[in-house]
Design a protein. Structure first.
Length: 267
């Protein structure tokens, strides 16, 4: 039995409280501000951050928190951590601003560079995804609802690829050309990991920068559903291994029996 399984219920409840805070702002005439890196931030990001940090402080094991909406600890301190929380209180702020519902609350527990428990919640739909290392991945479609086990599917023919709603294609089409025929759809936030995990899509190739809080929770869900998330050399994404929090470009897949990387062109 997974040592992290007991965390799923409190993580689900905490994510839903943060989601309620997000939706309170969503229903209002909110303002949009730009951070120093020109990425947008709203009152919803900050409200969810407060709820999550305050909630994690009530857990039996008190751990450091790394979050998009907080100043990260310096590397000389962070590199000593064995366990910590990695949080994106509102993933898909651009989708939140567009009011298309494709945004998530992400909370992940990292232990020894790997995510061992996580929750991804889509507040607009109430759809939640949870995972614990060695115990599987689950979908909860409403607060208090049952947890349904989810599994990634065998690659469809043609495969269906998830893509970003708010980031340009760039060199993506060229890299995918050796794959042959495929279909695509756009979706915001870490929901792309979740639709692969539940067997409704096959892969997501992400080119360009992302941060560790963008991927940790979704990676755990997808891996526990039988998929994987690897960089373009085939190495699993791992966390807290270097002085910055920027991920390499990566590929999220459902069917690990298919050699996806050999079907991508180098660019």
């Amino acid at each position: 039995m997974s040592a992290a399984l007991h965390l799923l219920e409190p993580l689900a409840a905490l994510a839903r409280r943060a989601g309620d805070a997000v939706m309170d702002v969503y229903a209002s005439d909110f303002a949009v501000h730009c951070k120093d890196d020109d990425s947008p931030v709203t009152a919803a990001d900050l409200a969810a951050q407060r709820v999550i940090v305050e909630g994690l402080a009530t857990f039996a094991e008190i751990l450091p928190v790394v979050s998009e909406e907080a100043t990260a600890a310096r590397w000389h301190e962070r590199r000593q951590w064995q366990r910590y929380w990695l949080v994106d209180p509102l993933d898909g702020t651009r989708e939140f601003i567009k009011r298309n519902g494709e945004f998530t609350v992400n909370i992940a527990l990292v232990d020894g560079h790997d995510t061992v428990a996580s929750v991804v919640l889509a507040p607009a739909s109430g759809d939640g995804y949870l995972a614990a290392r060695g115990a599987g991945a689950f979908r909860q479609q409403a607060a208090g609802g049952p947890l349904t086990r989810i599994r990634a599917r065998s690659k469809a023919q043609p495969p269906l690829l998830a893509g970003s709603r708010s980031h340009g294609l760039g060199r993506l089409a060229g890299m995918l050309e050796p794959l042959g025929a495929y279909d695509t759809f756009a979706l915001g936030s870490s929901l792309k990991f979740c639709v692969i995990a539940r067997g409704d899509a096959d892969a997501y190739l992400r080119l360009g920068p992302t941060c560790e809080w963008d991927t940790a929770a979704g990676q755990c869900v997808l891996e526990e559903a039988g998929g994987s998330v690897v960089d373009l050399t085939g190495q699993r994404l791992r966390y807290n291994t270097r002085d910055n929090l920027v991920n390499p470009e990566f590929l999220a897949i459902g069917d690990t029996g298919f050699d996806w990387l050999s079907h991508l062109a180098a660019t």
